[in-house]
Design a protein around this ligand. Sequence first.
Ligand code: PMP
Length: 425
Amino acid sequence: AADVCEPLSVLGADVRVPLVTGGEVTYAALDYAASAPALQRVWDDIAAYAPYYGSVHRGAGYLSQLSTDLFENSRADVAAFLGCREDDQVVFTRSTTDSLNLLAAVLPSGTEVFVFETEHHASLLPWEQREDVRVRYLSAPRSPRQAVETLERALAERTGGPALVCVTGASNVTGELWPVRELAAAAHAHGARIVLDAAQLAPHHPVDIAAEDVDWVAFSGHKLYAPFGAGVLAGRADWLREARPYLAGGGASRKVARREDGGVDVEWHTTAARHEAGSPNVIGVYAIASACKALTEAGFDGLVARERQLIAAVREGLAEVPEVRVLSLFGEDAPRVGVLSFVVDGWNSSHFAAALSAEYGIGVRDGLFCAHPLVRTLLGSEPEEPGECGAPEAAPGERSLNAIRVSFGAGTPDEHVDRFVRAVK
Ligand code: PMP
């Protein structure tokens, strides 16, 4: 169908789920921001490769060589998708969380890290794990311009030494786009580097490391229409090359020898392999590369236009429900990807989301979305005692302590959004 953005068709379009009221419906997957369905093309590529897989960088056999080629070609495909500079490295990780923890682990000692308190926990928390790194938390800006001004003010007080700015490209809560290029320019003007958390940006919007002038980019395969288990950290090679390996073990070490004094001498690789010890997730990595190629070939124009259309339909529908409040940091009309959160007055968000699932076969998410400080700012609520990334419970009828998020992308038909709007009404 024209409305699902061919050729980016996804798996799961025909999945039927039972309703509590009896009968069943086609599942409306409106939680792409948590994990997107895999592209049919990605699945076909995996299926075609599966009988041939072998260990990467380890075997002499034909299938091992094939897998090694495929793994290294995938690196080149991801580099092309991200518009990497010639000397950038592409490191394969498990996820965005893993990528940002890897970057935190390789920061030079004494680095000052600047991060907005509105970040997802994956980009908010890794830096504090380093005792020799100082973290400056920046307060929630209420416009893109204020974000740049806040960062500039903080950077002006830098004490010298290495500095890193960490910023999200698109919020996993509001879907709003952050002014990445301007933040990168501010960072560089003050001698700092910048890492872009593109977990929510890359699936919706082109990312170009060189054009945006960011130093690193992190994203996850499972949000980019590939299956779980693989992610990417791409960018400047120097800090990656100079630091201790993130994971020590086979594959990261080039030469290991016992010393006369009883210890071991290790010569570590200086390529991406330095941080990829152990047998890598070749299927996950191949799947990411396949998704990158599919998105590049399809181009983002159609997807961006389609998501705009769907977001407009959601906004229009929700605007007719006076109890609904859409959450926004940068204002009602700020540009956003296909991600939107809201609260419904008089409703407990968890019950509301459960009803969408049980009565309408719609899968959304409720909670604090692993961005507790941001959601509390948006709700104007005091800190509560939430579980994990999840939802503190309010009694039915009490003010919500958390929100409901709806998100979509390639493969979302009009019917899913229509059903969602009807259900909310
Ligand atoms: N950053 C953002 C903006 C996210 O939305 C997410 C996932 N919700 C992450 C980081 C972490 O991604 P992952 O769970 O794949 O590590």
